[in-house]
Design a protein around this ligand. Structure first.
Ligand code: GCB
Length: 595
């Protein structure tokens, strides 16, 4: 799936801005056919953004069910004869789209884009009304999964229900990423797949173009590779081919050099469609104890993130995005994980440009009760339906992100109950699907299980493990970290002989809380904990990366163990550094690329 770009043949109309919005409190919208006429009693709502924190009304913040978004737009006369596509960057978690009162699309899954050709339904030269119904209910067939709990008893005579989920971030909802219209010619470039290789100083760019539309068999394809300054390197004809780049500049964090592949579709001697793709020439490989980027060992220094910020919730905002990349650069990181779901493609575009190595994660989080008596991989919970959806999400994720040089690894899930018998068959199917679709990147599953109990570690290329010694276990006992961590990490390597990344470690820290000697929740405790983890990492040569939990404080559901959200950020939610940020900056800036 190609990211929408303007070219000399393609136009974009941005539908972001202020939409009309209505919460369907009584679940009557479909029955009363709200899609047939302009929404009554609507309020204003920005897109993209979560809707939860925009108003002062907690019944909107905590709503479970449908909300309705609506806006009108014009399609210019000049778009006659073009293929017109409506693309929604994401709608969390389910969406139904109506154009001028007619249903045109549905989508399940809140973290990936979907698009629909609207020519049949749109009115060119006049106003069109677009209605998007977004539903945030999670069940066991969704990713992430969830379930509804109803309370009705003598203490709750009126009853109420909650959306339950086993993951640790607020279930922000709404239209989270840009909504766009774009045009192509009727016969058009549907997809491009680029793979790169390295041969000494040479870079090899292999490409494959997929064309669709009535005249697809009558068209020629031209692919031209340019360097960053616009200098032409080579021009090749045909739907697939290979371009050799002498003395290539390889894409890497310290020099994220991007070439540009321009693809033109020619019919009757005329360029009818054109698309370009930034291309980073790089290879990724796991061999023995190490991860190699362009044949050189690389050590991942960084943090796990969330799409989360004040007011916007999970809504994409270029202001927050660029600030976050500046902070990642400032602190000396070279990588991050898109915990716990695919991020906006705009973020990956920036990671390509800034030069960050990304572990790209599927939205499979919360498949674990952390209680061995409550199983998850059983027919009434994570079952065949969940698996089908998981496979579909994997296909869509790889279809979207396959060409990004920043993506160096796929993570199929976070902290699933991998000690359960059912987990093996389930993840074998998921991981096989990833391997079938992409042979150029390693695959992982982020574990919270211990090395002797997991059933899936044999399936992955890199062991990724989240661990909270002296926090969730032995709280306050910083002195135990080194012994326990070293023992565990050595066991992982002993059993599986695979490199290890510690993908989460950290401590809730309230900015401004101080304590010496360190106590939990103080800035000193966070610093001391990190330092002890680092001492162990530095002793073990099979540890190939450290990702702290979390980049910034973030919102969670209200519960007693969370103080206005999860406070394990190295930055506050407003992106101000805690003491630990300076410690990390010092460590990472003085570390070599390969540790
Ligand atoms: C984890 C989860 C993450 C939580 C974190 C915590 O293991 O992967 O989603 O937020 O722990 O702070 O408890």
């Amino acid at each position: 799936m190609l990211y929408p770009r303007e070219t000399r043949t393609r136009e974009i109309k941005d539908l972001c801005g202020i939409w009309r919005f209505k919460v369907d409190k009584e679940n009557k919208g479909y029955e009363q056919r709200w899609f047939e006429r302009p929404l009554e009693d609507a309020i204003l709502m920005p897109v993209p953004s979560s809707y939860n924190d925009i108003t002062q009304d907690e019944s909107i913040r905590d709503h479970i069910g449908d909300v309705w978004y609506e806006r009108t737009f014009y399609i210019p006369e000049s778009w006659k004869g073009k293929r017109i596509v409506l693309r929604v960057g994401s709608a969390t978690h389910h969406a139904k789209l109506f154009l001028n009162g007619k249903e045109i699309a549905q989508n399940k899954g809140g973290f990936l884009p979907f698009e629909v050709e609207i020519n049949k339904f749109a009115q060119i030269g006049c106003e069109n009304r677009l209605t998007i119904v977004v539903n945030n209910i999670l069940d066991w067939s969704c990713l992430p999964p969830g379930f509804i709990r109803e309370y009705k008893d003598s203490m709750h005579p009126d009853g109420y229900k909650t959306q339950e989920y086993l993951f640790d971030f607020f279930n922000y909802s709404g239209i989270h990423r840009p909504v766009l219209l774009y045009t192509t010619s009727k016969t058009y470039i549907e997809d491009i797949r680029v793979k790169t290789q390295i041969d000494g100083k040479k870079g090899i760019v292999c490409f494959k173009v997929v064309v669709d539309g009535e005249k697809k068999n009558e068209c020629q394809i031209e692919a031209t590779l340019y360097n960053r300054d616009g200098g032409q390197i080579a021009k090749v004809e045909g739907p697939e081919g290979m371009i050799k780049v002498e003395n290539a500049i390889f894409w890497e964090p310290s020099n994220p050099y991007l070439y540009k592949l321009n693809v033109t579709l020619v019919h009757d001697g005329k360029a009818i469609d054109e698309y370009y793709l930034p291309v980073g020439i790089r290879t990724v490989e796991v061999k023995g104890k190490r991860l190699y980027l362009n044949g050189k060992p690389v050590y991942l220094k960084g943090l796990a993130k969330h799409e989360d910020s004040d007011i916007r919730g999970k809504g994409y905002d270029p202001v927050i995005a660029v600030k976050d990349f500046n902070l990642l650069k400032w602190i000396g990181a070279n990588s991050f994980r898109t915990s716990h779901y695919p991020y906006a493609e705009e973020i990956l575009n920036l990671a390509d440009e800034y030069g960050f190595l990304v572990i790209d994660e599927a939205p499979a989080v919360g498949m674990n009760f952390f209680n061995k008596n409550e199983k998850v991989f059983i027919p009434e919970r994570v079952n065949q339906n969940t698996l089908e959806h998981h496979l579909e999400v994997i296909r869509r994720l790889i279809a979207r992100d396959k060409n990004h040089p920043c993506v160096i690894m796929w993570s199929v899930a976070n902290e699933a109950a991998t000690y359960e018998d059912g987990a093996y068959e389930y993840f074998k199917r998921v991981i096989n699907e990833v391997r079938k679709l992409d042979k150029t990147r390693p695959v992982t599953l982020v574990e919270s299980s211990f090395p002797d109990e997991t059933k899936v570690a044999g399936l992955v290329d890199v062991i990724c493990v989240n661990r909270y010694y002296s926090w969730y276990s032995d709280p306050g006992r910083l002195d135990l970290i080194e012994f326990q961590l070293e023992k565990e990490l050595k066991r992982w390597f002993e059993l599986y002989q695979k490199p290890v990344i510690v993908t989460e470690y950290g401590a809730d820290t309230i900015a401004g809380f101080h304590s010496s000697p360190p106590m939990m929740f103080s800035e000193e405790y966070q610093c001391e904990m990190l330092e002890r983890y680092h001492r162990v990492f530095d002793r073990l040569n099979f540890v190939i990366g450290e990702h702290i939990w979390n980049f910034a404080d973030f919102a969670t559901k209200q519960e007693v163990r969370r103080i206005m959200g999860n406070r394990k950020g190295i930055f506050t939610r407003q992106r101000q550094p805690k003491m630990a940020a300076f410690l990390l900056k010092k460590r990472w800036e003085s570390m070599k690329e390969n540790k």
